[in-house]
Design a protein around this ligand. Structure first.
Ligand code: RFL
Ligand code: PHB
Length: 402
């Protein structure tokens, strides 16, 4: 039986937990991370690729930006292709200078893990039976590692343990409200060491379903296909995947497509989810633990970063300025930006995917498709419409914390 004392106990060593830990440590606030799986396992997950400016700035503030700045690529825009039409959303021009950064979540996570290790900060990987206690008055976390029972006593607990973690469930059911929409399809993703079809992302709406051409570098591509939820990844051979992708990409991109063996292939379900409030006593939910968006707007990781920024600033107020009430404002501030991201991701998903079920609209499928197309036409044919998309894609500014 071992007891550890710290100021902030962080559950989960995903990007939310690691970034929060690094920022707090830099501000002189002690923290310990408790993670269920190994570091290696976490680095095997292939997820986000697009970072908003706010995220990039936060990584710089944490001082973990060297590789991101050297190897990441700034993207000035992206394409939306649908039914033979093609539009470029010029982010830079439409927003008056804002852009996004293409740099993989896996790489950010690796950089944060390395920085944490060299700072000598404590991380308990491969912890089981993680439980949160005394969240209202005497917060502490218990878990088992290598057969030993460990207790971490702390002032606050940051629940950064993703959608399936324990933190959210620690808030009594009658004290939280969960909003959820599960979409009737998933994304089949493939990572391959092949040059991307384009320098910028292409979001494609087609009669065969949605496709996305993305990338990690000049030599590594990331592609996605909308697939039915019933599809199994083992039934999608590489050959089948490339064949289907070719049919959904615009012609010039399809002609440029270089295929090769997949180095990762998985199916992710699409979900919109928000838990309110995002705090309970001295427990704060951060990132996917509190909310999920479908990946169409590239917002999941970026919303996690704005939560981290808000919590980090409020905890600084508590520890540095002696503002005892600062942490109580977390949920209200974080949720305002979360709802923005939820709405944009929902809108992009509705606009770009092929929906079989149109019952709620009362229209047959062909009519519903024409109806949605007219909305895309409206947004893409006018600069005002493109501006609305661009502003949201680069991300709303972080709220100032007085
Ligand atoms: P994570 O990454 O899920 O990390 C949570 C960590 O908590 C651990 N954990 C526990 N630890 C201790 N005790 C327990 N009981 C625990 N239960 C779980 C887990 O092992 C894990 O290590 O959540 P975090 O840190 O909040 O980060 C969120 C992001 O991972 C997520 O929002 C993004 O990946 C979403 N996302 C995208 N976001 C973007 O901003 N831009 C994108 O381009 C983008 N593309 C994507 C995406 C997500 C995808 N998938 C697979 C869902 C593309 C895809 C395909
Ligand atoms: C990715 O590169 O994994 C990616 C990019 C943009 C999205 C979703 C995923 O909207």
């Amino acid at each position: 039986m071992q007891t550890v004392k710290t100021q902030v106990a962080i559950i989960g060593a995903g990007p939310s937990g690691l970034l929060l830990g690094q920022l707090l440590a830099k501000a002189g606030i002690d923290n310990v991370i408790i993670e269920r799986v190994s570091g290696e396992y976490i680095l095997g997950r292939i997820r986000a690729g697009i970072l908003e400016q706010g995220f990039v700035d936060l990584v710089r503030e944490a001082g973990v930006n060297a590789r991101m700045d050297a190897e990441g690529h700034v993207h000035d825009g992206f394409d939306i292709a649908y039914y033979g039409k093609r539009f470029r959303i010029d982010l830079n021009k439409l927003t008056g200078g804002s852009t996004v950064m293409c740099y993989g979540q896996t790489e950010i996570t690796r950089d944060l893990m390395e920085a944490r290790e060299s700072s000598g900060l404590t991380t308990f990987y491969e912890s089981s039976d993680v439980e949160l206690h005394g969240v209202k008055d005497a917060p502490h976390v218990t878990f088992t590692q290598n057969g030993e029972k460990i207790t971490v006593q702390c002032d606050f607990i940051a629940g950064c343990d993703g959608f399936h973690g324990v933190s959210r469930k620690t808030i009594p059911e009658e004290k939280r409200k969960e909003h959820e929409r599960v979409y009737p399809f998933g994304w089949l993703g493939v990572l391959s060491d092949t040059p991307p079809v384009s320098d910028e992302l292409i979001y494609c709406k087609t009669a065969r379903g949605f496709a996305l051409a993305s990338m990690r570098s000049e030599t590594r591509s990331r592609y996605y296909l909308q697939v039915p939820l019933t599809d199994k990844v083992e039934n999608w051979s590489d050959e089948l995947f490339w064949e289907e992708l070719k049919k959904r990409l615009p012609e010039d991109a399809a002609n440029r497509l270089v295929t090769g063996p997949s180095i990762e292939k998985s199916i992710a379900p699409l979900r919109s989810f928000v838990c309110e409030p995002m705090q309970w006593g001295n427990l704060f939910l951060v990132g996917d633990a509190a909310h999920i968006v479908p990946p169409t707007g590239a917002k999941g990781l970026n919303l996690a970063a704005s939560d981290v920024s808000t919590l980090y600033k409020l905890l600084q107020k508590f520890y540095k300025d002696g503002d005892e009430n600062a942490p109580t404002r977390y949920s209200e501030i974080a949720l305002r930006r979360v709802w923005h991201g939820e709405r944009f991701s929902w809108w992009m998903s509705n606009m770009l995917h092929d929906f079989d079920e149109t019952n709620a609209s009362g229209m047959d499928k062909a009519t519903f498709d024409r109806f949605m197309q007219s909305e895309l036409d409206f947004y893409l044919n006018y600069e005002e419409g493109q501006k609305v998309i661009a502003r949201q894609y680069v991300g709303m500014p972080y709220e100032a914390i007085e």
